[in-house]
Design a binder for this molecule. Structure first.
Ligand SMILES: [Zn+2]
Length: 66
């Protein structure tokens, strides 16, 4: 079995369902879309991503939106 380490390209908050995808060109997470709907989840949520530690996200900067 190949022990290939692939950095996650997708993460999902276990609390509110927010989903991000890794945008390589931006080197940052962007909110995923599903059926044209952005999976923003709850913006007040202290997101608990379903990936742990292995990949250090760039500082969770506050969303400039809204
Ligand atoms: Zn969340």
């Amino acid at each position: 079995m190949a022990a290939e380490i692939v950095p996650p390209t997708r993460r999902r908050c276990e609390r509110c369902g927010r989903t991000d995808v890794w945008e390589e060109t931006l080197e940052n997470w962007v909110i995923a879309e599903k059926n044209g709907e952005r999976q923003v989840g709850n913006k007040h949520c202290i997101h608990e991503w379903d990936i742990n530690g292995q990949y250090n996200p760039i500082a969770d900067d506050p969303s400039p939106e809204e």
